[in-house]
Design a protein around this ligand. Structure first.
Ligand code: HEM
Length: 420
């Protein structure tokens, strides 16, 4: 890990102890865009932090794309967490990782292929009625009350149940899933909490695997169990790793995207009205939500001394695939820091780029679209109850965790600012 370069690249003006940024710092999590702007304008647009084991943060689109495409120099096989986490060497996740996201080819290639049929456009279309019914059920639970937490009562509840269905696990376990996923991603800098969650998740998956062995179904765990590699059954540590990844990758990411979009609509009545009245704007709006509020940052480890954006990084250094920062690069996106609901040119990197590009992007887009459609059908007018009570999670996956909103109900007397 190179730390001596911090003095060269560090930006005391940023006012963060330990380097240019704190991935879990309140100010950075609430609004990282001013930091990215400042870093991008510097001679070296790659920022550095010594916190959490140290990392580099490229901020230009072209630099993020180049690094993400060069998997031989920037490997995923030595950890993709944005913080350095010591491994419990006995955990199957330490032995097998969480492929395909923690793997380079050739392990990456076949573990990724395994997931793709369940994430194809046709497969995803078949999950839509279930997703819609789930959204309606959640909305029925609170629309009569005139207030809800759009993040906790709605966004957080949707993806975990759809992923649970794909893995064939009972819906009643959803709250436990949410707890594990939050401890692994949102509280990744609280190492004991993170490790406890990983151990519990692994124990849960082991039980599920035993159940599925005895009674196979039409789900991903059963598919993994039926998979052979070079004539041998897929090793159990890889099954556990791939199932854990599916759960973690498919949950927090999508709930963050749904939550950010609802927060945006609660605070931008013009955009909300446009979505209610103009079906044609939806495909563009969905992509703009993904670009503007990109939730996911992943890490790589440099396998050799190399350069990112003309700045030196040393073998062993952690380099962040800062997809959210790349999505605000003015070189690529006109008025990049503005949310433009009908932005036409939008080659955003919210789903990454290169061999690890999101395997679940069809599913994510469907869930985001259906969640917003159903919300706006049931609650076309709503606004924040108290902006001071909005809270955010940061680090690997950035998104709002509490978005208290109010909306009119027949005779409730609660009435957001009229929008028509
Ligand atoms: C809005 C929601 C989502 C966003 C923004 C998102 C973003 C990303 C990003 C940026 C990557 C690349 C990681 C890297 O380069 O290291 C990725 C990979 C991945 N995502 Fe998603 N994701 C979302 C939803 C989902 C869903 C619903 C699933 C379903 C299981 C999923 C499964 C995966 C998997 C398996 C990978 C690893 C692919 C590989 O390594 O080849 N994601 N995602």
């Amino acid at each position: 890990m190179t730390t001596e370069t911090t003095d060269v690249h560090g930006d005391p003006a940023a006012g963060v102890a330990g380097g240019d940024y704190d991935l879990f710092g309140e100010e950075f999590v609430r609004d990282p865009a001013p930091y990215w702007r400042r870093f991008r304008a510097r001679e070296c647009p790659v920022a550095h932090s010594e916190l959490y084991g140290g990392s580099w943060l490229p901020t230009r689109y072209a630099d993020v794309v180049a690094a993400a495409r060069d998997w031989e120099t920037f490997t995923s096989s030595r950890g993709v967490s944005v913080v350095r986490v010591p491994q419990n060497e006995e955990s199957p996740l330490a032995v097998g990782g969480a492929p395909p996201i923690t793997a380079d080819p050739p392990l990456h290639s076949w573990t990724r292929k395994l997931l793709l049929p369940a994430m194809s456009p046709q497969a995803v279309e078949s999950y839509e009625p279930r997703t819609r019914a789930l959204c309606r059920r959640l909305l029925e639970g609170f629309r009569g009350r005139g207030r809800a937490d759009a993040a906790a009562d709605y966004a957080q509840q949707i993806p975990v149940r759809i992923i649970g269905f794909l893995l064939g696990v009972p819906e009643e376990r959803s709250d436990e899933f949410v707890g594990w996923v939050r401890s692994i991603l949102e509280f990744a800098n609280d190492l004991p909490r993170r490790q406890k969650a990983i151990d519990e998740l692994v124990a849960f998956l082991r039980d599920q695997i035993e159940e599925r062995r005895a009674d196979p179904g039409d789900d991903l765990l059963s598919l993994f169990l039926a998979t052979e590699v070079d004539g041998e059954p897929m090793p159990e540590e890889l099954i556990i790793g791939e199932a854990a990844l599916t759960l973690v990758a498919g949950t927090d990411t999508t709930w963050s995207a749904i939550g950010s979009s609802l927060l945006h609509l609660a605070t931008h009545p013009g955009d909300r009205r446009r979505m209610v009245s103009d079906p044609e704007v939806w495909p563009l709006a969905i992509e703009e939500f993904l670009r503007f509020y990109s939730p996911v940052t992943m890490a790589r480890i440099a396998t050799r001394d190399a350069e990112v954006g003309g700045c030196p990084v040393a073998a062993g250094d952690r380099v962040l695939m800062a997809f959210p920062a790349a999505n605000r690069d003015e070189e690529v996106f006109e008025r990049a820091d503005e949310f433009i609901i009908d932005r036409a040119r939008n080659r955003h990197l919210a789903f990454g780029v290169g061999i690890h590009r999101c395997a679940g992007s069809n599913l994510a887009r469907m869930e985001l679209t259906v969640a917003l459609e159903e919300w706006l059908r049931a609650i076309p007018e709503f606004e924040l109850e108290d902006p001071g009570r909005v809270t955010w999670a940061g680090g690997q996956v950035r998104g709002p965790r509490s978005v208290p909103v109010v909306f009119p109900t027949a005779g409730s007397g609660i009435s957001p600012t009229p929008t028509t």
